[in-house]
Design a binder for this molecule. Structure first.
Ligand SMILES: *[C@@H]1O[C@H](CO)[C@@H](O)[C@H](O)[C@H]1NC(C)=O
Ligand SMILES: *[C@@H]1O[C@H](CO)[C@@H](O)[C@H](O)[C@H]1NC(C)=O
Ligand SMILES: *[C@@H]1O[C@H](CO)[C@@H](O)[C@H](O)[C@H]1NC(C)=O
Length: 536
C-alpha cells in the first residue's frame, strides 16, 4: 500500500550505516531530485572542510627565516606575491580552488575501476595519489618511486622526522597484513539424496544502462572479508539480527543451534558479532542477508521500483563486508597491537571466525526461507528456532594469506614543528567505491589542490599537515586506533568498516602520534548524509 508519501520526501534508510552502528538512529530524508544535487553537496562540503581547516589550523601568511630554503617551489608561481597575504585573502584564494568539474573528473578516475585492497589497481591508485601530492606540493618526482617497506629505516624516519622537515615530502608505506580473497562459493538446498536441488547464483544484477557497473558486477565476488574457509551443511534456522538478545531468546525457548546453519539479517550489531554468537552456540555456518523490512517505506512492497528503475533496494543486492571479531582487537589479525611488517612475528589470529559465512541477497534468502515454513516466507521470519526440513549447504573457499597494502602519505611542514594535523581518507573500495571512499578521496583531492595553490604563493601552514590515503579499510574491520588518540569525533561512525592501513600505521608510531598529532580529520565519505551526522 502506498500511503501519502510525498515523492520529494522519500525516506531513504542508509541501511548499511543505520543498522551497523545504531539501530535506532534517525532516518535520512532524500529524494530522487537530490541525487542530482549530490555532486554539488560534495563540493560544498569540501569547501566547508577546507574553511574549517583554514580557520583553525592555517597560519596567516608570513615570511620567516625558512621561507627561502623551504619554498623553492614558490619560484614556479605564475605570479609573485608581494608581502604577506591577510588570512582573509588566504581563505578567499583557497576557496576559489575547489571546482565541480575537477571533482567530477577525479570521481570518474577512481570510481570507474574496482580497487579492492591489495590489488594491482589499488597500488596504481596509491601511485596516482602520490603523483598528485608531488605535483601540487612541488616535490621532485624521482624515477624511483618512494615506496618503503614498513619497519625499514626509510619508512620509519619518513614519519618520525616530520618535525624536522623543511620541505614537503610524499611517500608510500607498504604493510603486510593477513587478509583473504574469495576462491569459490556456493549455496544450495540439498535433496533427500544429498544432491543439490537448487543452487543460488550469488551474483548481483548490474545496472544494464551503466556500462561500468554491468562490466564489473562480479569483479569482487560477494563474500565476507576475513571469513573462514569451509564447506558445511545443516538445517537452516532463522535468528533475526543475530544479536545477543536474539540468541538468548532462542536459548530460552530451548532451541539448540549445534550443527545448524544460521540465517541472520543485516543490522542491529556488527556482522562479525552475528557470527561470533552463532559459533559460540555450535552453529556450523552463517548466512547474512538484507531484509527489506529494514528499508523503511521505500520498498517494492510499498510500490517503489527497485534500483535502477526506482529507489527501492534491488533484490539481488548483496552487502560485502568484514566479519572480523572487532570486539576482541583491531587490525591485522596476526599482529595484534604491533605493526604488520613483512617479517613480523605472527599469531594464529584470534579475532576472526572459525565457521564459514556468506552474505546473500534478499532474493536468495527468500528461496531458502521457504524451506523453513513450507513456502511461506513471512511465517519463516519468526524467531522461534524452527529448522528447515531439508539441509542447506554453504561453501566458502577463501585464500587467506599475507597481502601487501599501501598507505600514501604527504607532509607539509608548518611553522610549529611539534604539532601535526592529520587529514585522511581510505582509498580501497569493495568494488568501485563511488561513494565510499571515492567521495572522500575527491574531497582530499580538491583540498590538496587548494593547498598546492597556496604553497605556490609562498604560503605555509601554521602546523604540519599530513595527508594520508589509507589502504585496506574495507577488508578487515578494526576499531579506529582510539587508544592512540588518533581519531576524534567520528569513531562510532566508522566502526562498521575496517581501517587496517591506518591502524597498522598507528601501531607503528604510537608514541609519535600521541606526542605530535593534535587533530585528525577523516573524509571516509565526502557527502552530506544528515545534518546531525555529516562527515567531513
Ligand atoms: C545440542 O545438541 C547437541 C548434539 O546435536 C548435543 O551434543 C548438545 O548437548 C545439545 N545441547 C544442549 C544444551 O542440549
Ligand atoms: C624479510 O625477510 C626476507 C627473507 O629473509 C628478506 O628478503 C626481506 O628483505 C625481509 N624484509 C624486511 C623488510 O626486512
Ligand atoms: C609543542 O611545543 C610547545 C613549546 O615547547 C608546547 O607548548 C606545546 O605543548 C607542544 N605541543 C605538543 C602537542 O606537545
Amino acid at each position: 500500500m502506498k500511503e501519502n508519501h510525498d515523492p520529494e520526501k522519500i525516506l531513504l534508510l542508509n541501511r548499511d550505516e543505520q543498522n551497523e552502528e545504531e539501530p535506532k538512529r534517525s532516518r535520512v530524508w532524500w529524494g530522487p531530485r537530490q541525487w542530482r544535487g549530490l555532486r554539488n553537496l560534495v563540493v560544498v562540503l569540501v569547501i566547508y572542510g577546507a574553511y574549517t581547516v583554514a580557520m583553525h589550523v592555517l597560519a596567516p601568511m608570513q615570511h620567516d627565516e625558512h621561507h627561502h630554503e623551504s619554498l623553492y617551489w614558490a619560484k614556479k608561481a605564475a605570479w609573485k606575491q608581494r608581502g604577506p597575504l591577510s588570512p582573509e585573502k588566504v581563505e578567499e584564494f583557497y576557496l576559489s580552488i575547489p571546482d565541480p568539474g575537477s571533482a567530477l573528473a577525479i570521481s570518474r578516475e577512481y570510481a570507474t575501476h574496482p580497487h579492492v585492497a591489495g590489488s594491482v589497481e589499488d597500488l596504481n591508485d596509491a601511485k596516482v595519489i602520490l603523483k598528485l601530492f608531488q605535483d601540487e606540493f612541488g616535490i621532485h618526482a624521482s624515477e624511483d618511486i618512494p615506496l618503503y617497506h614498513a619497519g625499514t629505516h626509510e619508512s620509519r624516519s619518513a614519519t618520525l622526522d616530520i618535525p624536522k622537515y623543511h620541505h614537503p615530502k610524499a611517500w608510500i608505506d607498504q604493510y603486510f597484513p593477513v587478509m583473504n580473497t574469495p576462491l569459490d562459493r556456493a549455496l544450495s538446498i540439498l535433496g533427500e539424496d544429498g544432491k543439490p536441488e537448487w543452487e543460488a547464483d550469488l551474483v548481483e544484477d548490474g545496472d544494464p544502462h551503466d556500462p561500468d557497473a554491468a562490466k564489473y558486477r562480479d569483479a569482487v565476488p560477494t563474500f565476507h572479508g576475513l571469513s573462514a574457509d569451509g564447506e558445511v551443511e545443516g538445517q537452516l534456522v532463522y535468528v533475526n539480527y543475530g544479536r545477543k538478545e536474539d540468541y538468548d531468546e532462542l536459548i530460552a525457548k530451548g532451541v539448540n543451534l549445534t550443527g545448524k546453519l544460521v540465517l541472520a539479517r543485516y543490522g542491529g550489531v556488527f556482522r562479525g558479532l552475528k557470527i561470533k554468537g552463532a559459533q559460540e552456540l555450535g552453529a556450523v555456518g552463517v548466512l547474512i542477508y538484507d531484509d527489506p523490512r529494514d528499508d523503511g517505506v521505500v520498498t517494492v512492497e510499498n510500490g517503489y521500483k527497485p534500483y535502477p528503475e526506482g529507489p527501492a533496494r534491488n533484490p539481488t543486492a548483496v552487502q560485502r563486508g568484514s566479519v572480523q571479531f572487532i570486539s576482541l582487537y583491531p587490525g591485522d589479525p596476526t599482529t595484534p597491537d604491533a605493526p604488520a611488517y613483512e617479517n613480523a612475528t605472527r599469531t594464529d589470529g584470534e579475532n576472526i571466525p572459525k565457521i564459514p559465512s556468506l552474505p546473500i541477497s534478499w532474493e536468495n534468502a527468500q528461496r531458502i526461507l521457504k524451506e523453513i515454513s513450507g513456502k511461506d516466507v513471512k511465517a519463516a521470519l519468526t524467531l522461534n528456532g524452527k529448522a528447515s526440513e531439508k539441509k542447506v549447504k554453504l561453501v566458502n573457499h577463501v585464500d587467506t594469506k599475507v597481502i601487501p597494502i599501501w598507505n600514501t602519505l604527504a607532509v607539509l611542514p608548518g611553522h610549529i614543528k611539534n604539532e601535526t594535523v592529520l587529514i585522511g581518507c581510505h582509498r580501497d573500495a569493495w568494488v568501485m567505491g563511488a561513494t565510499d571512499p571515492t567521495s572522500g578521496t575527491v574531497s582530499i583531492h580538491e583540498v590538496v589542490r587548494g593547498y598546492g595553490a597556496l604553497l605556490r604563493k609562498g604560503w605555509r601552514p601554521l602546523r604540519n599537515v599530513v595527508f594520508a590515503s589509507w589502504d585496506a579499510e574495507e577488508v578487515p574491520t578494526v576499531s579506529p586506533a582510539s587508544s592512540y588518540k588518533l581519531y576524534v569525533s567520528n569513531v562510532g561512525l566508522d566502526l562498521q568498516y575496517g581501517l587496517i592501513g591506518s591502524t597498522e600505521w598507528a601501531e607503528d608510531f604510537p608514541e609519535w602520534i600521541t606526542e605530535n598529532v593534535v587533530a585528525y580529520i577523516n573524509l571516509g565519505h565526502g557527502q552530506l548524509a544528515h545534518p546531525h551526522r555529516s562527515r567531513i
